[in-house]
Structures are given as C-alpha cells and as structure tokens.
Design a protein around this ligand. Structure first.
Ligand code: UDX
Length: 425
C-alpha cells in the first residue's frame, strides 16, 4: 500500500519504518528540513533499540523515503497517518494546532478515497474536526479514522511489529477493511470501534497503568509504616489473575512523554466536561508530588542532604532509552540542588540537560561513585542493577537507596551499605 506518515517524531519514525519493513511504499513527512535530511541518511535522532538498523534497511530497499513536501507525500497516498506532536495547552488539555495544521496542509493534495488516520493521542471528537477542516479545502471524497498507538519506548520496534492489539476507530466499511488489511500481518487481535471509543481507549489504557503505579507507590508508603515489605505484598496479590504479577515496580513515580501528559490531559478534559471529581485529577497530583515527598522522607534517614555527595544512577525516565522527559531523575536532582548536595549523575545513554549547579555527569559508574555518601539507583538499567557495588564501597557510612526495589537488601547490606528501599526495610 502507499502510505504517508505526517510527523517524524518518535511514533512517526517507528511507524513509518515498520510499515516500510513490511514492503509498503512509505513516505515520511516533516516540515523540519534538518530532520528529513538526517533521516534520509539513516540517522535516528534518539536512541531506540533496533530502530537504526531497520531504518537503514528500509531506506536501502527503497520502501521508505522522507520529504518536506505535502504534495510529494500525499498525492499518491491511500492511507495518511497524522503523528504530529500534541503539546499540553495552558488549560492542561492537548493543544491540537499541529494536527489541524497538517489536515489543512494535506487537503489540497488528497487522492480520491484516501483514509486520513489520526494516530496522535487526541481527545474524542478530534477526527470529526479533522474531517471538517479537510472538507473546507477539497471536494474529493475521503474518510477519517483513529488508530491509537500503544508502543512503549525502549521496545518500540518490537511493540509495533507485534502489537498486543490494534484498535481501529472508524465507521466507513471500506476504510475498516483497508486498515484491517494493513494491520493484519502485525496482529490477529484487531478491534473495530467508533473513533471516539478508540481515542478514549488510548487515554484509558495509559491512565489505568499510571493509576496502577500510583496505587502500588501508596501501598509501599503504607508498608513503611508497619514493617510490611511491598515486594512480598506484590507476591501476595499477583497470583490473582484479576490483578496479575507484572508492571508492579514501586518507585519515584512514573515519567516519560506519555503517562504524565495523558493523565493530566484526561484530568483537564474531565474538568472541561464538568466531571472533575475523579481519579485522574488525583493520580496526576499524587505523581507530581511523589519525588519531593520521598526525598523529604529520605532526607531524615540519611541525616540531611546538605553537603552530601550523592550519586544519581539512571537519568532517563526508564531503561533502554535516552529520553529524560518527565524523568524522576530531574525532580530528584533539582531537589538535591536546592538542598545543597553535590550531585554526580550516570546514565548509559541519556544526557542531563538541566541546570549544572553542583551537578556533573560521569561516563562510568565507578567515577560516579567516587566519594558518594548516598547512592540513589533510580532506574533499572541492566548496567546498574548488575553492577558489583562492593568494588566501590568506601571506608565510611554510606546509604544505598534502591529506587525500584531491584536489589536484594541482604546483598546490599553485605556490601556494607545502609539499605533503603521503597516500601521495604
Ligand atoms: C507508555 C505505555 O506503556 C504505552 O503503551 C504508551 O503507548 C505510551 O506510554 P512508555 O512511556 O514508553 O509507554 O513507558 P512505560 O514502560 O509504560 O513506563 C512509563 C513510566 O512508568 C516510566 O517512568 C516507568 O519507569 C514507570 N513505571 C512503570 C513505574 O514507575 N512502575 C511500574 O511498575 C512500571
């Protein structure tokens, strides 16, 4: 099939590359010339396992090209995916200006019976607005649909090649058939629904997962009050198939480009439609307060942050990415800077771009740990959780904060650190 992908951000690059790898003729479009030039040379502007190799292969096969021209991208396209950014507006809802601008720009070049698919995360009702915008500029018959994206950073290529399910929000029979045909080789779980339901499914999935994380963080806090171990509690609840034993890592709160944004957008949407007394508003509030809350509690345990040498391990918001958007490390480092600590950071891929006051990023774990009074293992990068910290133990009292409960407390104690986990002793 001939496919156009508008927007070459994270989702755009992964989606266009994966469809091209399945033999479709894909054109990726971006209004930024630099992005188009570097992608055309096979350069991915961020770290994502497996993506660079697949991009180079699909470019070499001739299935994927990039352009800045709407005419080039749209004129032949049977399916057009809109995957542009939706930054949060001042009222907390998604700002749809780029979605609408792309609809307006593509309209004059649309081919008859083209399917315009909104893949960006948008509030229910957006496909209808996109349709109205395009109709003002063309007489050509076309349809719209909504196919939300559920990929995770760090496993994005795998998630797109083998999605757990594909949600197609559409009402037009021919569009449903064509989108089903496109996605069938990727998944046999194709779920057809109204566009509004598809858009709500995306918000519901992310808000549920964010709520689950917030829930286990709160259970962990209660465990600390009574001597229970949250990891034992997780084992105690996980065997119930209604609950499950996965996706339970209590810590400094969720981050990334999706959860914080999607939860706060759904919260803002709920306020805008007069349903503000709900969970979404509270989840967003609790997660935003999570890091300062833990850092204050830990401050007492380590005897104050002032003048302490603190090693912050894991600057990305999760392992296997260089993305630091809304990463817990940011709030941790800022808290430490305000508290007068000296901070050394380490991450295998991510770079700290915030204020440098009392902060320096090191190239290796060994360098980061030199002189550390407190080690904070924020993110479960394999390099960090498999490291032998006994090698760098100093001859002084040192604290080890296991920010994701990834270490065995007995081993950490054996290394002669004072162990501080989340919801466990
Ligand atoms: C998420 C969704 O999983 C994905 O389906 C959607 O398309 C985009 O948003 P992503 O942001 O890449 O994907 O990361 P994910 O692995 O889900 O983690 C999100 C955040 O939650 C990270 O900060 C992670 O560290 C944190 N997290 C995850 C926890 O704090 N505890 C957990 O138990 C799991």
């Amino acid at each position: 099939m001939k496919i156009a992908c508008i927007g070459t951000g994270f989702v755009g690059v992964v989606t266009s590359t994966v469809f091209a790898s399945h033999g479709h003729e894909v054109v990726g479009l971006d209004i930024e010339k630099n992005k188009v030039e570097s992608l055309s040379k096979g350069e991915v502007p961020f770290f994502e396992p497996g993506l660079s190799e697949l991009l180079k292969k699909t470019l070499a096969d001739g299935h994927l090209t990039f352009t800045t021209s709407y005419e080039n991208a749209i004129a032949d396209a049977e399916i057009i995916f809109i995957m542009v950014g939706t930054p949060s507006a001042a009222d907390g809802q998604a700002d749809l200006k780029y979605v609408f601008a792309s609809a307006e720009s593509m309209a004059p070049y649309l081919k008859e019976d083209a399917i315009v698919v909104v893949k960006s995360t948008v509030p229910p009702g957006t496909s209808k607005k996109v349709e109205e915008i395009i109709k003002q500029k063309t007489e050509i018959p076309f349809t719209t649909a909504s196919v939300p994206e559920f990929l995770r950073e760090g496993t994005a290529v795998e998630d797109t090649l083998h999605p757990s399910r594909v949600v197609i929000g559409a009402t037009d029979k021919k569009a449903i058939e064509k989108l089903t045909q496109l996605h069938r080789p990727l998944s046999d779980k194709i779920i057809i629904m109204k566009p509004e339901s598809a858009q709500m499914s995306k918000y519901a999935a992310n808000t549920y997962l964010a709520t689950r994380i917030t829930f286990i963080n709160q259970i962990a806090d209660l465990c600390e009050k009574n001597g229970a171990d949250v990891q034992e509690v997780i084992a105690g609840i996980g065997e119930d198939s209604r609950i499950g034993d996965h996706y339970w890592y209590p810590g400094f709160g969720y981050g990334g480009s999706c959860f914080p944004k999607d939860v706060s957008e759904l919260a803002a949407y709920s306020r805008a439609v007069g349903e503000s007394n709900n969970l979404m508003n509270k989840v967003h509030e609790l997660n935003s307060a999570r890091t300062p809350y833990l850092m204050k509690k830990l401050e007492e345990k380590v005897g104050g942050w002032k003048d302490k040498q603190v090693a912050v391990l894991g600057l990305a918001f999760k392992p296997n990415t260089d993305d630091t958007r809304q990463a817990p490390s940011i709030a941790i480092i800022e808290y430490l800077q305000q508290s007068g600590a000296n901070i050394f950071g380490f991450d295998p891929k991510a770079k700290w771009t915030g204020k440098k006051d009392n902060f320096s990023q090191k190239e290796s774990l060994e360098e980061t740990l030199i002189d550390a009074d407190v080690v904070i293992a924020v993110i479960e990068w394999p390099e960090i959780i498999s490291f032998d910290f006994s090698k760098t133990k100093l001859n002084k009292k040192q604290f080890f904060i296991d920010g994701r409960n990834q270490f065995d407390p007995a081993i950490v104690k054996n290394w002669n650190y004072t162990y501080l986990g989340i919801g466990r002793k």
